[in-house]
Design a protein around this ligand. Structure first.
Ligand code: GDP
Length: 368
């Protein structure tokens, strides 16, 4: 019979199977008297938090718990994949708590983009998605831009309460918290305490604030709709932008198609000649062709000319699914979740956007 081992740091049940999941510790660590999970280990020894992912059920418990606390909630989203990283249920769970919305990875967007316009766009989009944040801020956790300002704002608007940082995996939550730890020089050696999350058996890592309250790092949830699930590590590097995106402009006539690698397709099916501005990773190859040839091209050249996916991953890729959009006279973005978007500035246009089944293709008011 297996004995239940509990992390001496955060109190979570130890498991030795899944490195990315909560409570992971290497099997050898079980021989020790005091076992701590890898996440606590990293924090203790490297002053570094590491994101772990949760099952949907456990994540729901966290969300439920948030409503029962009296705290400031800091919601981090990836500005390059706003809807994809949104955490749709959150607003129903926050209760009376204030939410600060933080858009991360702002370094990826073109420098010409007006920050205020983006912030207003985020406010409006948040409202449409049912959330009314007390404030919206931008940062680049990786570059350390905006981090100190956000930390100061958190301290100002928390009104002496605890702080919970939430976000789905990969939004840069750990990078952010690590920057905060660095900026405020916490000695994490003493910091790891068991902190029961209200209403759950989940315990989180907390970073004490100087008035006895704490900043809590909550585990993230995997976003199942992301393109990232259909490619391998190497290919993920190609589709994930690393630095400022260089917009690519295509002047298209009706009946022309763009392929974004082999992962997405954009058909201009009706309208006058229009220019389309593409915001994707600089490394992702965009291939222009005639609409009438697009099906055959995809059939014959997926995995080579149209890559990623590569020859190995292409068979795992679900079939492309079509989404139809009418653009009357607004400037809009057609968004391929987790991959990028195309800004459409024209009138009376019809677009058909394709992505692997399960990956969202959506239309929004243009952010740029
Ligand atoms: P978490 O899963 O939310 O904790 O996210 P991580 O902090 O592990 O970051 C996920 C990925 O996003 C990593 O590859 C980071 O290098 C990257 N990342 C984090 N912050 C930024 C940022 O401000 N800009 C860019 N370009 N990448 C970032």
């Amino acid at each position: 019979e297996e004995r239940q081992v509990i992390c001496a740091g955060c109190g979570v049940s130890i498991q030795t199977e899944d490195k990315k999941a909560l409570g992971y510790a290497p099997p050898s660590s079980l021989e020790r008297d005091v076992v701590i999970c890898q996440r606590c280990f990293r924090l203790k020894h490297y002053n570094e938090v590491q994101d772990v992912s949760l099952t949907d059920d456990d994540f729901l418990k966290i969300l439920n718990g948030l409503g029962k606390t009296d705290a400031l909630i800091v919601k981090v989203v990836d500005i390059f994949d706003f809807t994809g990283s949104w955490l749709p249920g959150l607003h129903r769970f926050v209760g009376k708590n204030d939410v600060l919305l933080v858009g991360n990875k702002v370094d990826l967007l073109p420098k010409s983009l007006k920050k205020n316009r983006l912030i207003n766009w985020m406010k409006k989009s948040a409202k449409e998605l049912g959330l009314k944040p007390v404030d919206v801020m931008l940062m680049s956790a990786e570059k350390g831009q905006g981090v100190v300002e956000i930390a100061a704002e958190i301290d100002r608007i928390r009104h002496g309460k605890d702080v919970y940082i939430v976000g789905c995996t990969n939004v840069g939550k750990s990078t952010f918290i690590n920057q905060i730890i660095k900026a405020f020089g916490g000695d994490t050696e003493q910091l790891i305490t068991t902190s029961h999350f209200p209403g759950t058996t989940l315990d989180m890592i907390d970073i004490p604030l100087d008035d006895g309250k704490a900043l809590y790092d909550t585990p993230g949830i995997i976003n199942h709709h992301q393109m990232a699930h259909f490619v391998d590590k190497q290919e993920l590097k190609v589709i994930t932008p690393k630095k400022e995106i260089k917009a690519k402009v295509f002047q298209l006539n009706e009946g022309q198609t763009l392929f974004f690698g082999g992962l997405a397709r954009f058909d201009f099916t009706r309208g006058d000649s229009t220019s389309f501005t593409c915001y994707f990773s600089n490394e992702l190859h965009i291939h222009r062709t005639k609409l009438e040839k697009a099906d055959a091209l995809y059939e014959d050249h997926l995995g080579e000319l149209l890559a990623p996916p590569g020859p190995e991953t292409k068979d795992k890729l679900p079939p492309l699914e079509k989404h139809t959009f009418q653009v009357k006279d607004r400037k809009v973005d057609i968004v391929f979740s987790g991959l990028g978007w195309v800004t459409v500035n024209g009138t009376n246009i019809q677009i058909e956007g394709y992505a692997p089944k399960g990956v969202n293709v959506t239309i929004r008011e243009s952010i740029i």
